[in-house]
Design a binder for this molecule. Structure first.
Ligand SMILES: [Zn+2]
Length: 278
């Protein structure tokens, strides 16, 4: 009999959405889901993984989904404006467990490295055994008003007329070592989950990290890169933080990913643009 990916119990398995269905519904008109592990594969349907038992799915995981659905209604559905500051109220464990859960789901569904989540299953399901160095950071991404030169470069006519690139996207991804100065040797988990303006980073050290001091240094170093301007750490002992909008735009956060998969993206843009008449 098959085994649940979360609790390990044998039994009938149910379909768990990689991204909760309410989030798909809320963001239906947005762009495609981008899968970093398989950059050639664009997904525009609701991706699921049938490897979760009914108890985990309908009790533990759906509790996390309900919590974040409320966060979505209160925060995530609003695009953060330039120069805006947000007072973000959170429950660290509920948010962290949800971010880990969608990352774990995505890694399983897309043949990523899901083994690194093995020691976190209890925490995701019960909220017990939170790893002491688990770190969550938040960053607010704002709309990018395009200059005339930038506008002229955009093949999509509607986007060109609009003149603004809005961060209305859902992304679940590993962090790229090349752009974020994250040394893969030192991190068991270095990932991001983005829902519209709200970008979250999730970190867990590997056993190569020798001390608290070294871990703090690694995190500080992450915060100094160009695309992490304005990131703030969510304290486990707090439940509220004031965050100012970052100067970082959606395009910057995706630049490296796009450049590395330029062929796929230009193909995608060509496929979606109206064909020129001769
Ligand atoms: Zn289970």
């Amino acid at each position: 009999m098959a085994v649940c990916a979360y609790c390990g119990n044998k039994g009938d398995l149910t379909k768990e959405h990689v991204i909760p269905s309410w989030l798909y519904e809320a963001t239906k008109n947005q762009n495609l889901q981008l899968i970093q592990a398989q950059p050639k594969k664009f997904i525009n349907n609701q991706q699921t993984k049938k490897d979760v038992c009914e108890t985990c799915n309908n009790i533990a995981l759906s509790k996390l989904d309900n919590y974040v659905k409320n966060l979505h209604d209160e925060y995530f559905r609003n695009i953060v404006k330039n120069n805006e500051s947000i007072v973000f109220n959170y429950n660290f464990d509920f948010l962290a467990r949800w971010l880990l859960k969608v990352s774990f789901n995505s890694a399983r569904a897309n043949k990523g490295n899901y083994h690194v989540f093995s020691n976190l299953k209890k925490y995701m399901i019960n909220g017990t055994d939170r790893p002491s160095k688990l770190t969550i950071m938040i960053q607010l991404i704002t709309p990018q008003v395009l200059s005339k030169r930038e506008r002229d470069l955009i093949p999509d006519e509607n986007l060109r007329k609009l003149g603004v690139i809005t961060p209305n996207t859902t992304r679940i991804s590993r962090l790229d070592a090349a752009t974020t100065s994250v040394d893969p040797q030192k991190f068991d988990i270095a990932r991001m989950v983005m829902v519209n303006s709200y970008q979250f980073f999730i970190f867990l050290p590997s056993d190569k990290v020798q001390s608290d001091l070294e871990w703090d240094d690694l995190l500080n170093q992450f915060g100094t890169s160009e695309i992490t301007s304005g990131v703030q750490k969510l304290m486990t002992t707090e439940n509220s933080i004031k965050v100012s909008a970052s100067k970082v735009k959606l395009v910057h956060t995706m630049e490296h990913h796009i450049m590395r998969n330029l062929k796929v993206y230009s193909q995608l843009i060509n496929d979606r643009s109206p064909k020129e008449t001769k």
